[in-house]
Design a protein around this ligand. Structure first.
Ligand SMILES: *Cc1c(COP(=O)(O)O)cnc(C)c1O
Length: 360
């Protein structure tokens, strides 16, 4: 395993195969063969799945591989449908990745806190340890630190960009250094990419078979309730996802709702424009408040804000029926609250309360 950012080590890392990282039991096992996966054509009489024959609109099992929906996503993103996995939220993809690659109590994942909490929770459920290499003070990956901490049991490195809760993008050159020198699976979680000017790392999928990019319908698309997450990766990793996933992990209602949502990309783009304009306005207004010490730059639909007494402000807002996220006990986010950008009215209500707090 290479431990330095040295281009001469790159070629050997690129050669390390996905297969060698997979848990042996996952390589050995045979996937469940559902009725719908054994017969793929069109027929007029379906008596293979013990379904109720009477048409309710939902009496049939859904397509286990969601091809119709994947083709729409493929067209929108310019990515081959065979390079897409869809899950019950991106949280399902995170959980499956850990179960595919990490042998409980032997392998571990690596995270770069402060970051999204689900990497750690999913690892804990699988009895997989978490190694942490904190972000630098400007919330960028500590590449040397990560490579020094990684060993042959470091199966997955999670990089969240734009990062939750700090809001910033990771520098593409640093992500590339990680990709070129870390020999495990690099997961780039792009849940907030639609709010950012940055290019998606999906552009690098051809080059790096050990790259997984996560996106979701939960944020910009306004579909958190349907639970639909996307993972983009090489066909080898997609095949592993499909092998271990529950056969019907994305239900028919969700597939239908997502197809409808994809017909409305203009509405999504309008929401994003409005949220970005509101983010800029709220940021300016926050900077004028006496108790606000810092508003961090954001590439996401939230602002991380450092204040003089985070717990006191949090409690004041709760008393005013305004719920924000208290991140003040998170390393590198000491004293910070995280404000999701709401509607113009919601942001005005928040600002009104903050002005009252300043005066109190
Ligand atoms: C909100 C969020 C997600 C979305 O998860 P879903 O399961 O798709 O709703 C993923 N990653 C990060 C970092 C998030 O903040």
């Amino acid at each position: 395993m290479s431990k330095s950012v040295d281009s001469s080590s790159t070629s050997s890392v690129l050669r390390s195969s996905v297969e060698s990282l997979v848990r042996p039991n996952i390589l050995r096992m045979k996937a469940y063969a559902s009725a719908r996966s054994e017969f793929k054509g069109m027929a007029s009489v379906y008596l293979d799945a013990n379904e109720n024959p009477f048409d309710t609109g939902f009496n049939r099992y859904p397509d286990p591989l969601q091809w119709h929906l994947k083709k729409e996503i493929a067209a929108l993103k310019g990515i081959d449908a065979k390079r897409i996995f869809l899950g019950n939220g991106s949280d399902e993809a995170i959980d499956l990745l850990i179960r595919i690659f990490c042998e409980p109590r032997i392998d571990h994942i690596l995270t770069m806190p402060p970051t999204y909490g689900m990497y750690q929770v999913s690892a804990a459920v699988s009895d997989v340890a978490v190694k942490e290499v904190p972000l630098t003070s400007d919330f960028q990956p500590d590449v040397e630190g990560v490579l020094a901490a990684a060993d042959e049991h470091t199966k997955i490195l999670f990089a969240c960009s734009p990062n939750n809760p700090t809001g910033n993008c990771m520098q593409p050159d640093l992500l590339r250094k990680l990709l070129e020198n870390f020999s495990g699976i690099l997961v780039v979680d792009e849940a907030y990419v639609d709010f950012s000017e940055a290019e998606s790392c999906t552009a690098w999928l051809d080059e790096f078979p050990r790259l997984v990019v996560l996106q979701t319908f939960s944020k910009a698309w306004g579909q958190a309730g349907i639970r639909l997450g996307m993972a983009f990766a090489g066909e080898e990793i997609i095949a592993l996802f499909n092998k271990v996933k529950p056969p019907y992990n994305v239900n028919q209602l969700t597939q239908d709702a997502a197809v409808m949502s994809l017909e409305n990309t203009e509405e999504k783009d309008d929401w994003v424009d409005t949220i970005l304009a509101q983010r800029a306005q709220l940021k300016e207004e926050l900077k004028g408040l006496s108790f606000v010490e810092k508003v961090y730059p954001s590439d996401a639909n939230f602002l991380l804000v450092k204040v003089t007494d985070a717990d006191d402000l949090y409690n004041f807002l709760v008393e005013n029926e305004i719920i924000v996220r208290n991140r003040s006990r998170v390393h590198l986010c000491e004293g910070c609250l995280r404000f999701t950008i709401g509607t113009e009215l919601e942001n005005a209500i928040l600002m009104g309360a903050l002005v009252d707090y300043a005066a109190s």
